[in-house]
Every structure is written in structure tokens, then in C-alpha cells.
Design a protein around this ligand. Structure first.
Ligand SMILES: [Zn+2]
Ligand SMILES: [Zn+2]
Length: 331
């Protein structure tokens, strides 16, 4: 799919039960393993990070490697990097790619809810908005919901799960017609399941970077989608997963490619278990890239994220951010 990022897609050839679909997919795709992932060395990680003396003293401290930034873990046989060859992208390569950057005109991140968000199965959109605003340091607005007709966006019944799905590329075409003049990007969010093309099973999200539109579905983050029991914290699980996919996919809207250097929210994920194991945070390389694009106050960003994490009881993440800010206190 040219000029778009189809994430975590699976051919439509797997068993009927949703849980089996999962394992069936990974088993079959294992047959096409490209080869072992060659994990970058410490020198390669530092070299990808580039010359931090080009940055301010404060940012340089925040970007300096520490125990809080782990080298990327080795992938299991069904994980993303066992099945997709990625070269990784250094900071210099990112800069040379001339990524989209917010400017004085295109400076607002818009979220457009598509369809209904049933309270018991959806992340609260105001929380998603607040997270995006803190994470990307852009004004973030929620547009009035658009309620598509039942026939819109090329719906189909997934023949294995029996679930209704809509065609992501059709949604992207629609979003292009709704792009506000001051939009840095327009992100459609939906509780409809998505598929990227007729021969594929599903997709979590898809984006067209050049045209600054993307669509993400949150429907697969509810344990009930997988016929699993909802624990008493399941709404928090849905919110965490939704925030993480928003951070990952919106990172792509800033031109960030998948990260192969550190454990990072920008690591590719082949399945939900792998996505759940990824950190909520950007590694120093990806933070340096995002900062290059957004030129924001990195301290303010961490302070706002810490507040968000505390408010939601995500204390490990709050403590992690706290340790980043503590780097500014040392002599
Ligand atoms: Zn991705
Ligand atoms: Zn990274």
C-alpha cells in the first residue's frame, strides 16, 4: 500500500474463532520468516541518536541514554521484527527525509469520531484528546462526531469473525474532504473494525502521511472483542491501549518510522500481546525526532504527561517521567 501505513494486517485465510485467528495467523506467517533480527549495538544506537551537542543543555540531558531506555528486546518468532525486515532510521536520516512539521498555519491536531462510541466499550474521547495534546504538544480538538450511514465506507461482514468492518482507504478518502485549513493532521477514530483491502482480514489503523489523514479503530482493545472476560479494570486497559496506538500512529504522521534501536512506542507490533509489551514512551532517538518536528518545550511535555499518568493511576509511567525530569537536577 503505497504512501500509507497499514499496520498489523493479516491475510483473510484463518480459522473462524477469533482467538484461533490470532494464533493461526502467527503460525502461518512464521513460514515466511526473513531471517534473524540483527539488533543494533550500543555504538549503533548512539550513532543513530546523533550529535546531542547540537541540542540545548536541557534537551541533551533528557535525551542522554540511561537505564530507563532499554535496547530493543530480541523478537520472538511471531513478533514484528522476525517477520518484517526494517533497517531503522537514524536522526540524520529522519532530518534529511524532510518530514511534515507543524507550522504557523497547519498547527492543530484534529480528532474526528466516526460513528458511535458506546460507553462500556470505548475509551473516553476527552482522555484521548488530552493525551494527544500532551504527547505531541499540539492544540488538539475533537470535531463533532460524524455518523456514517450503514452503507458508507464499503462495509462487509468478515467471513471468519462475522463482525462488521469498513474499508480504511474509503474512510481516508472521506477524511481528505474534511481536512480543516489549520489542521496539522486529521485523525478519524472509530469503534468500527477496519480492513485495508478485500483480501485482508483487518487493520488497526491506516494513514496517508502526504495527505495528513489517518484512521484508527479502538474496537479490538476491548477484551470482549476477543471473547475474553472483561476484568474490573478493563476500561483502563482499553484507554491504555488506545493511548498507545494513538501515540504510535500519530508518531508516523510526524514522519517517524518504526524504531529498531530501543524499546519504544514506535516499535512495530505484530499482535496485541506484543503491542501490550511495548512502552508507552518514546525512546531518546524518537523523542529527538519528534522534538525536531514540533520544536516544543520538552520539560512542559513531560510535566503534562506526568499529570495525565497520575490522574489515571498509571504510576509506573508517572515515575518514569519523574526520573526523566530528575535528570535536570543533577549537576
Ligand atoms: Zn507503525
Ligand atoms: Zn524509538
Amino acid at each position: 500500500m503505497q504512501n500509507s501505513l497499514g499496520e498489523t494486517v493479516r491475510p483473510n485465510i484463518f480459522p473462524r474463532m477469533k482467538r484461533l485467528l490470532w494464533f493461526g495467523a502467527t503460525l502461518l506467517t512464521t513460514l515466511s520468516v526473513w531471517g534473524a533480527f540483527d539488533r543494533p549495538s550500543q555504538n549503533e544506537r548512539l550513532s543513530a541518536l546523533g550529535n546531542l551537542y547540537e541540542e540545548s543543555d536541557i534537551l541533551r540531558r533528557l535525551l542522554t541514554s540511561s537505564d530507563d531506555f532499554s535496547p530493543i528486546r530480541l523478537p520472538g518468532p511471531n513478533d514484528w521484527l522476525s517477520q518484517h525486515h526494517e533497517d531503522g532510521e537514524t536522526f540524520e536520516q529522519y532530518k534529511n527525509s524532510e518530514p511534515n512539521r507543524p507550522d504557523s498555519i497547519r498547527r492543530v491536531l484534529y480528532l474526528l469520531p466516526l460513528g458511535r462510541f458506546p460507553e462500556e466499550a470505548s475509551p473516553p474521547l476527552e482522555d484521548i484528546r488530552a493525551y494527544a495534546a500532551a504527547y505531541f504538544q499540539l492544540e488538539t480538538r475533537i470535531l463533532p462526531a460524524y455518523l456514517p450511514t450503514d452503507e458508507q465506507f464499503v462495509p462487509r461482514q468478515n467471513r471468519h469473525t462475522g463482525q462488521r468492518q469498513v474499508l480504511a482507504t474509503s474512510v481516508l478518502e472521506f477524511l481528505k474532504t474534511r481536512l480543516p485549513a489549520d489542521a496539522y493532521c486529521l485523525l478519524g477514530v472509530t469503534m468500527e473494525d477496519l480492513y485495508p483491502a478485500p483480501s485482508w482480514n483487518y487493520v488497526f489503523g491506516q494513514a496517508s502521511l502526504g495527505e495528513r489523514v489517518g484512521v484508527y479503530s479502538f474496537v479490538r482493545y476491548d477484551p470482549a472483542f476477543w471473547d475474553e472476560e472483561r476484568g474490573k479494570d478493563y476500561r483502563d486497559v482499553i484507554l491504555r491501549r488506545s493511548c498507545k496506538v494513538l501515540a504510535h500512529e500519530t508518531g508516523h504522521m510526524f514522519g517517524l518510522q518504526h524504531c529498531i534501536f530501543y524499546d519504544c512506542v514506535l516499535n512495530g507490533s505484530n499482535h496485541l500481546v506484543e503491542a501490550d509489551s511495548r512502552p508507552q514512551q518514546l525512546c531518546p532517538l524518537c523523542l529527538r525526532k519528534l522534538h525536531y518536528a514540533g520544536n516544543f518545550d520538552a520539560v512542559k511535555r513531560y510535566e503534562q504527561l506526568r499529570e495525565f499518568y497520575r490522574k489515571h493511576g498509571w504510576f509506573e509511567d508517572a515515575d518514569w517521567v519523574e526520573r526523566q525530569l530528575a535528570k535536570l537536577q543533577s549537576p
